[in-house]
Design a protein around this ligand. Structure first.
Ligand SMILES: [Mn+2]
Length: 406
């Protein structure tokens, strides 16, 4: 057996906008760092486990950045690359350049296909076979479940979970038959695992997370499972070898305190595995200021951005009583420039009992809510009794819209 090193990352979300702000520069710094890391750490295989782009049809700028990275990678290091699709990616967008990328030692599996044997990718270096990747993308409903008339919601959840397990088992069995030299086998996945700690930037998938998959439902064949979908880096159920790498940049303010990372997995000549995380430097910090207007103002004035790019802030002003003068003052503050840029301002008043402050209730911006939250709010206002059933049906409907094959 030969020694080899894998770098696992996911959820790049190239082209993402945070409250309307472009993330291009942050991604650029990440890609520069990643190229250096691939060389310095002598990486043989790079795995990107889904959500390459933020949207199905990325902008030309986002596409350019992606191809730029891949071509720079090809020019500067000899790393093999495996890319799998996530729930944000359209299969056709990822698969379009597939034949071209193949010539650069880059394998793209945009979505599940009828022939699952194509998802078994040999890891090779200098014409030597080192192991295998079961490159499994995000599995859409049609890949894992047949609709059966008369099924209730619980049946459908069960069918989803079983469908995922069967899909993994089928490819694991195939890998085992092919793997005559007992080399390491790595699997990828883009799914919600039971117990995962989420942030505010993941879109719900596979029956609205209710079909949460358990780590021990993965076949024993896999020496390492490289997961995507959850943006916070974490092990699943304390298992060293089942991990989410997390996104390389914070995709929401709820991730501002996370340490962003990629995962380095090394197999030695005895097939022993060692796993360590490598911290991704954050070039634009996301921060949060809260308090009265005076307090927030003071904090912003003295704030210094310490990284390459100016920090971005959310400001949550809370005042006891409604006061139009305060609101005007707040607006003025937002016009001024500081060594931090306010991208998500909000104001609320605690004393809603007396006078006019009762009339002023802060409404969250529609863009800050997930579609599920909007539907939840609608249900709260309605007089329906079977809200749980409705919520279930709603989530399925939304999923079928997002999963629509493109
Ligand atoms: Mn994602």
């Amino acid at each position: 057996m030969n020694k080899f090193r894998i770098l696992h990352t996911s959820d790049w979300h190239i082209g993402q906008r945070l409250h309307g702000k472009d993330r291009h520069q942050e991604h650029e710094y990440f890609f520069q760092w990643l190229l250096r890391t691939l060389t310095e750490q002598h990486i043989d295989l790079l795995i990107i486990a889904g959500d390459i782009f933020d949207v199905g049809y990325p902008s030309n700028q986002a596409l350019k950045q992606y191809y730029n990275f891949l071509s720079r990678c090809n020019a500067t290091c000899s790393t093999q690359i495996v890319i799998t699709g996530g729930n944000h990616d359209y299969i056709s967008t990822l698969n379009a350049p597939k034949p071209l990328l193949e010539s650069l030692n880059i394998t793209v599996i945009g979505g599940a296909s009828a022939d699952y044997t194509k998802e078994l990718i040999p890891i090779e270096k200098d014409n030597k076979l080192l192991g295998y990747v079961c490159a499994i993308p995000y599995l859409r409903d049609k890949d894992i479940r047949q609709s059966v008339a008369g099924e209730n919601y619980d049946d459908r959840i069960k069918a989803t979970r079983n469908g995922i397990a069967e899909y993994y088992k089928r490819i694991a069995d195939y890998a085992q038959t092919s793997n005559i030299n007992n080399l390491p086998v790595i699997a990828t996945g883009h799914l919600y695992m039971a117990g995962a700690s989420t942030s505010e930037s993941e879109r719900e998938i596979q029956m609205g997370n209710e079909a949460a998959f358990k780590w021990d439902a993965f076949p024993q064949t896999f020496d390492y499972v490289a997961l995507g979908h959850i943006h916070r880096p974490q092990k699943v159920a304390q298992q060293e070898h089942v991990r989410y790498s997390g996104s390389p940049i914070p995709l929401s303010f709820s991730e501002r305190k996370d340490t962003k990372q990629v995962v380095l997995v090394e197999f030695d000549t005895e097939k022993q595995i060692s796993i360590q995380s490598i911290e991704v430097p954050i070039e634009r910090k996301l921060i949060s200021f809260s308090g009265t207007l005076a307090e927030v103002k003071e904090a912003i004035k003295v704030h210094k951005s310490a990284n390459q790019l100016t920090d971005w802030a959310e400001t949550r002003v809370t005042e006891p009583q409604y006061d139009p003068i305060l609101i005007a003052e707040y607006k003025e503050l937002l016009e001024e420039s500081f060594d931090v840029e306010i991208v998500k301002p909000s104001i609320s008043f605690t004393d809603r009992i007396k006078g006019v402050s009762a009339l002023y209730e802060e409404q969250p911006a529609l863009s800050d809510l997930t579609n599920t939250e909007v539907f939840e709010k609608l249900l709260e206002r309605s007089n329906f009794d079977q809200t749980e059933e409705l919520m279930g049906s709603y989530k399925e409907l939304v999923q079928s819209v997002f999963d629509k094959e493109q």
